[in-house]
Design a protein around this ligand. Structure first.
Ligand code: SAM
Length: 180
């Protein structure tokens, strides 16, 4: 598969995930790292509750009920996330792109995602060496690989190797979550 350049996450959500989102009637969406809120505005509108985090100010959020926290994701996970009382249907991690940061974000968010919920990791398939630089995709791909190797008891993961790569993690410790 050849990488195709576009706002892949927005396209994926619009053309593929939105039907899933619609059918599963999700209630809560979290995006860590929103920049100009391009993806956030497209996705969050489909949820009752939407939460955004970015270390920089963001004036682009169109959804008036959305909660925005201007802070580092480490501080958000430690100080804010436990106070929200939310379990997310989808959490999109797209903030710091170093693998250790992405791993901390993943581990921190994991307990706050519903069973069968999705965690999306962006930039997990840099197209060449140059794209492994922190100013492009960084080393988020290493986190996707680590999850694949070390978290298989708790979730399943697939990496779509297009548009810089998007990994979809389903929080599930068995195939059918209703079969306890
Ligand atoms: C690639 S952009 C996000 C793009 C956005 N998700 C979208 O699809 O439109 C990454 C954002 O993460 C923010 N960021 C980077 N490191 C962060 C950190 N440690 N904590 C919070 N935000 C961070 C940056 O300020 C930037 O706005």
């Amino acid at each position: 598969m050849k990488p195709r350049h576009s706002n892949f996450v927005r396209d994926l959500v619009e053309y593929y995930l939105s039907e899933t989102i619609h059918l599963t009637r999700p209630s809560a969406y979290l995006e860590m790292g929103i920049q100009k809120a391009i993806t956030f505005n497209e996705v969050a509108v489909q949820f009752d509750k939407a939460v955004a985090v970015d270390v920089l100010p963001c004036g682009g959020i169109k959804l008036k009920d959305a909660q925005f926290f201007q802070m580092d994701t480490d501080d958000f996970i430690k100080d804010v996330l436990p106070t929200l009382g939310l379990q997310f249907d989808i959490a999109f991690i797209d903030a710091g792109h170093g693998d250790l940061q992405v791993m901390r974000d993943f581990e921190g968010v994991f307990p706050h995602v519903k069973e069968n919920g999705l965690i999306l990791l962006h930039d997990t398939y840099p197209q060449n060496e140059e794209y492994k630089s922190l100013s492009f995709c960084g080393t988020a791909y290493k986190t996707a690989w680590k999850i694949r190797q070390e978290w298989r008891e708790k979730c399943e993961i697939v990496t779509l190797p297009i548009g810089h790569g998007l990994s979809l993690v389903r929080k599930a410790d068995r195939q059918l979550m209703w079969e306890k």
